[in-house]
Design a protein. Structure first.
Length: 320
């Protein structure tokens, strides 16, 4: 008896999860603003969350192993590394179980009515794991460190889950070139509006800074959800690069202030545009389905050999 296609693909998908977590773990140390501070955002927890949410609990295993190896290579003792990775995997699995249980229409498909549940679950996981990141046996526990670690995990989880969910669910490769042609002008316009303030020295507030939210909202109206998730990653990468180079609206701030401002910027401009895009896309899809069903019913009525009369309280509404 031959194995099913899903069974044959399972080892390859686990390998992809491990590769994604390894790449994210390698990038995370590069996403800080100064030595001794937490990174602005952490991608590895987001990749772990996305893979478990979209593909199943078994994907927590390769992510856990990769996290342990990455921590040991950075000088962490094996036992603390295993405990930290195990706690991360446990919290993510509990959050995914909650997301698969409580919403009316369960995950893994990201929908507008799911998004609030996802934000709450991601925030809870980030707060729990951030506390473990900030705690060390030989030093006092500071709430400020806890907050910065949790914010970095939350920002990375938002970006990675939105990106992976957008590009792995219901993807039509044949329609991708046409979608790219429609999305590219809005991608370039929004990235241009992001680069203008973040990639040069600013002496103070400028009108250009006010255009970015407006352009981002308009892009959320025009773009499909998957392109919006990609745009947010590129936009925040531009903002992070500019701030690391001491450019843009946060470049003149002290490192701690710049870190907090940039984290607030990433979280705010990840949630609001994505929520708007996913809501408008679902409304447009519902409207298209309603028009198709209306056309099918009209064809049924008009083509019927039986006389059909639709009325409301004996007042005719439609007749074939």
């Amino acid at each position: 008896m031959s194995a099913s296609p899903h069974t044959r693909l399972q080892p390859f998908s686990l390998f992809l999860t491990a590769a994604g977590c390894a790449a994210a773990s390698a990038l995370d140390p590069l996403l800080g603003l100064s030595d001794g501070q937490p990174p602005v955002l952490q991608l590895a927890p987001g990749v772990l969350f996305a893979c478990v949410l979209m593909f199943g609990y078994l994907h927590a295993v390769p992510a856990l192993l990769v996290a342990v190896v990455a921590a040991v290579l950075q000088g962490v003792a094996p036992l603390p590394a295993l405990l930290q990775a195990g706690l991360d995997a446990l919290l993510v699995c509990l959050a995914v179980q909650a997301l698969r249980t409580f919403p009316l229409q369960p995950f893994p498909r990201m929908r507008a009515d799911h998004y609030g549940w996802f934000i709450a679950a991601a925030l809870a996981v980030s707060v729990g794991s951030g506390a473990a990141d900030a705690w060390t046996p030989s030093a006092p526990f500071y709430v400020s460190d806890w907050t910065l670690h949790a914010a970095g995990r939350f920002a990375g989880t938002l970006l990675m889950v939105q990106l992976i969910a957008g590009w792995t669910g219901h993807l039509n490769l044949r329609g991708l070139p046409g979608d790219l042609g429609q999305a590219l002008p809005w991608l370039l316009l929004t990235l241009l509006m992001t680069a203008e303030p973040f990639l040069r020295v600013l002496d103070g507030p400028e009108p250009w800074m006010l255009l970015l939210p407006a352009v981002l909202v308009w892009s959320a109206i025009q773009l499909k959800v998957r392109w919006m998730s990609l745009l947010l990653v590129l936009m925040h990468a531009t903002a992070l690069y500019g701030t690391q180079a001491r450019l843009g609206p946060f470049g003149n701030e002290a490192p701690l202030a710049a870190l907090m401002l940039l984290q607030a910027f990433i979280v705010t401009f990840s949630i609001a545009p994505y929520a708007l895009a996913i809501t408008l896309n679902e409304r447009a899809a519902a409207s298209r389905r309603a028009r198709v069903r209306e056309a099918q019913l009209l064809d049924l009525f008009d083509g019927s050999i039986q006389g059909i009369l639709i009325h409301r309280e004996f007042r005719p509404l439609y007749a074939n």
